[in-house]
Design a protein around this ligand. Structure first.
Ligand SMILES: [Ca+2]
Ligand SMILES: [Ca+2]
Ligand SMILES: [Ca+2]
Ligand SMILES: [Ca+2]
Length: 390
């Protein structure tokens, strides 16, 4: 694929909210004056090294006056120094992005960040980690994505450094963000007319006037939807919209579904799932295409069964293959599937009818359990005039 034309530079604009809990991620607080940053006072070393330490220091931190420093000591290169946060309560069905600024050299050894998930009894449910080395004694903004397991209630963040003698790790500005995928394309907090979380857009080919925007022409839900337009002058042109990273949990399956509106007698629209590992390498790509939609909303789904090394996915929509091709998308959702063997394409996974309302609170669509959509139309006075199966 040739990226001839980037419609926006907003690729790094993540749509994420900091959690409310104070984790002292800047390491500024030490109310009990023990020279260990509060919330991060569980520290230990394994091995037999001498002079290891964990302390609050102030050597050019990323923010504020202080940072955290771990040092594994001398005399035993296999020694590791550890620091563990207090438990942080997480919310059910939320997705998280954890990032930390880390400074290290480590030509031989390594530094790691580990996310430990625990259940309500504080038993360990799962651990995910990333390791780093060869940092040239610079600050690195390291990210780890987390889709907590069903029974996870808390997470703890653990840092470690070792594997060589006299290994240092400095840490500052640790953040936990809750990720929102802006599934109904309603939010545009940076006012660039692109739905937040879906701001990486481009077109290949040579068409003119291609665009991606968030208008509100009879959306499925709320007041706006994603609109993609392939432009004129080149029937081979495609326009693309890519989500920010969406954490997934290996071992789980997901039903990714979306409402899509298109005509496309010649061209086609695509949903592509891109699986990415924790080092941002693509490990898998798959999806499906659709056409001949008669300019109606359709419910489409894809089953996602992440590879064991997949850390997050990105969802990509595309439309083109004919001139002036339009694709509208609304109400993207990603739900865990309990029984992947029983999953059926384009049939809602719940035994439950779903209702979608317009901005005036009027019932606009009904999604039946067999996947059929019923649209309701109203006159100017708000009286129901038509019920139509799409
Ligand atoms: Ca700091
Ligand atoms: Ca303290
Ligand atoms: Ca919407
Ligand atoms: Ca935006």
């Amino acid at each position: 694929m040739i990226f001839l034309f980037l419609l926006t530079l907003g690729a790094c604009h993540a749509y994420a909210y900091p959690i409310n809990e104070n984790i002292n991620g800047g390491f500024e607080q030490d109310q009990n004056n023990n020279n260990l940053p509060d919330f991060w006072e569980t520290v230990w070393r394994n091995g037999t090294s001498v002079g290891s330490s964990a302390s609050k220091e102030s050597f050019e931190p990323i923010e504020g006056k202080y940072h955290f420093r771990l040092y594994n000591g001398s005399g035993d290169k296999k020694s590791y120094m550890y620091a563990l946060s207090n438990p942080v309560t997480i919310e059910k069905d939320h997705l998280y992005k954890i990032n930390a600024f880390m400074r290290y050299t480590l030509p031989v050894g390594r530094a790691s960040i580990t996310i430990i998930e625990t259940d309500r009894y504080k038993n360990i449910v799962y651990e995910s980690n990333r390791s780093f080395s060869n940092g040239g004694w610079q600050w690195h903004d390291n990210t780890i994505y987390l889709a907590p397991k069903d029974n996870t209630e808390y997470i703890q963040i653990r840092f470690e450094v070792g594997g060589e003698e006299k290994a240092y790790l400095d840490i500052d500005k640790v953040n936990i963000h809750s990720i929102e995928i802006n599934e109904s394309f309603e939010d545009d907090l940076n006012n660039n007319n692109l739905p937040d979380f879906w701001e990486t857009v481009w077109r290949n080919g040579t068409s003119s006037q291609s665009s991606v925007s968030k208008p509100g022409y009879e959306p499925i839900e709320g007041t706006s939807h994603l609109r993609m337009y392939s432009g004129t002058g080149d029937p081979q042109s495609f326009v693309y919209s890519l989500s920010d990273p969406i954490p997934v949990s290996a071992g789980s399956s997901y039903d990714m579904n979306a409402f899509m509106r298109y005509t496309l007698p010649e061209g086609w629209a695509e949903i592509t799932i891109i699986e990415v590992d924790s080092n941002d390498r693509v490990v898998n790509e798959y999806g499906r295409s659709m056409n001949n939609g008669g300019w109606k909303w359709h419910y489409h789904s894809v089953l996602i069964t992440p590879n064991y090394q997949t850390s997050y996915i990105r969802i990509r929509f595309a439309v083109g293959g004919e001139e002036k091709a339009y694709l509208d998308v609304d109400q993207v959702s990603l739900k865990r599937v309990a029984n992947p063997a029983a999953w059926k394409i384009d049939i809602p996974n719940q035994n439950q009818i779903r209702y979608f309302y317009d901005a005036n609170g009027r019932l606009q669509y009904v999604l039946l359990t067999n996947g059929k959509i019923v649209a309701l139309k109203y006159d100017k006075n708000g009286s129901l005039i038509k019920k139509e199966a799409l």
